[in-house]
Ligand binder design. Structure first.
Ligand SMILES: NC(=O)c1ccc[n+]([C@@H]2O[C@H](COP(=O)([O-])OP(=O)(O)OC[C@H]3O[C@@H](n4cnc5c(N)ncnc54)[C@H](OP(=O)(O)O)[C@@H]3O)[C@@H](O)[C@H]2O)c1
Length: 335
């Protein structure tokens, strides 16, 4: 059995991760960390886990975590995560980091979007970006994997196949995304209070959302030219799910059939992407490890629509896909 620790076990992504790992035949949860005092049982924070896992939340040192675990999932916010990851790697653990700390390749871009200071800056540019559909072979040999952001996963999975096939132009891509409120995590914030977001939909961080450089970086890696997208996220009054609609210019006379054929071929045999004829809806992906994708030709544009569960394919089920690849297990095991 692979001994697994989860840092930040009181959060939303951790709850989903625990539920997947409880049915994983090769993983055993050996530590759950939190800053909560008094070592409360995990089920007191996540009642869904009552009678399913009987473990305390503990405030452990990195050495104690490393003693107990072969692999660590860090479900901490950025900044706090990198502080934990560096000593765990030094102690020989494999790490899957849910935060944004290792997703960007350069300190300059990280500081531009996340502010000055990175606790482990020298590692930037060397870390595997854990989007299995695009970087599977690199993930297999990795000690540290940067689990992608939820918005970038939905947008990049729809756009990369069309970019690599030269079916769309790398310039002029516009991504309009809607997210459920759990995307903001469990830590209370004014914008995610019920009276602020219920019965209302609003754009936020227009032109400034931190997932923008992550989308640019991945799309640029699959394009002959650097890509700079316009990305506009929206907060919607639902608990979970992301729907991304992307608008791009076709390269030449591209038909809808060509777009769909390319998506189908690109994702043929891939367990966690479904290329669908119908228009995807968050309801179809909620509670699943899938990203659903379709494409349309509309006037002079290509429109792609993709959706996923932000807590699963946008975070925890993708992390388990990465875990499975890192340990040479079937990619969709337990999913
Ligand atoms: N929510 C999503 O849809 C989603 C999707 C993709 C990626 N992510 C990323 O995944 C990570 C976890 O997200 P989440 O939504 O699960 O967050 P969350 O619900 O807010 O949980 C994060 C947990 O980390 C602990 N924590 C918070 N600040 C900390 C600090 N400064 N030092 C140590 N521990 C701290 C807290 O536990 P205690 O207070 O009990 O210590 C908290 O429960 C984040 O990096 C997030 O950006 C989230």
């Amino acid at each position: 059995m692979i001994r697994v620790a989860i840092l930040g076990a009181t959060g939303y992504t951790a709850l989903e991760l625990i539920q997947i790992l409880l049915r994983h035949p090769e993983a055993e949860i050996t530590a759950l960390t939190s800053r909560q005092e008094g070592n409360p049982p995990i089920s007191s924070i996540h009642p869904q886990l009552t009678a399913r896992i009987d473990m305390p939340l503990e405030s452990l040192s990195y050495d104690e975590v490393a003693d107990r675990a072969d692999c660590v999932f860090s479900c901490l916010p950025h900044g706090a995560s990198a502080e934990a990851v560096a000593p765990l790697l030094a102690a020989g653990c494999k790490v899957i980091d849910f935060s944004a700390d290792y997703r960007l390749d350069t300190l300059e871009v990280f500081e531009q979007w996340y502010g000055a200071g990175h606790p482990d800056a020298n590692r930037l540019g060397t870390v595997v970006y854990g989007l299995p559909e695009l970087f599977r072979e690199k993930i297999r040999g990795a000690q540290l994997v940067a689990n992608p952001g939820c918005y970038p996963t939905s947008a990049n999975l729809a756009l990369v196949p069309l970019l690599v096939a030269g079916l769309i132009d790398s310039r002029g891509i516009v991504i309009d995304s809607k997210s459920g409120v759990s995307g903001a995590g469990r830590t209370p914030k004014l914008a995610t209070l019920y009276p602020e977001c219920n019965e209302s939909i609003s754009a936020y961080n227009v032109g400034q959302h931190r997932h923008t450089p992550e989308i640019d970086q991945t799309l640029s890696a699959f394009s002959s030219k650097p890509v700079e997208v316009i990305f506009t996220p929206h907060l919607t009054p639902m608990t979970r799910g992301i729907l991304s609609t992307a608008y791009s210019y076709p390269q030449g006379d591209v038909s809808e059939t060509q777009l769909m054929d390319q998506l189908r071929e690109f994702y043929s045999g891939q367990p966690c992407v479904r290329v669908v004829e119908h228009l995807p809806a968050t309801r179809h992906c909620s509670g699943t490890p899938f990203c659903d994708i379709t494409a349309r030709r509309v006037r002079d544009r290509v429109v792609t629509i993709s959706c996923l569960d932000n807590l699963l394919k946008g975070a925890s089920s993708m992390a388990v896909q990465n875990f499975n690849l890192m340990y040479d297990l079937p990619e969709a095991m337990a999913l």
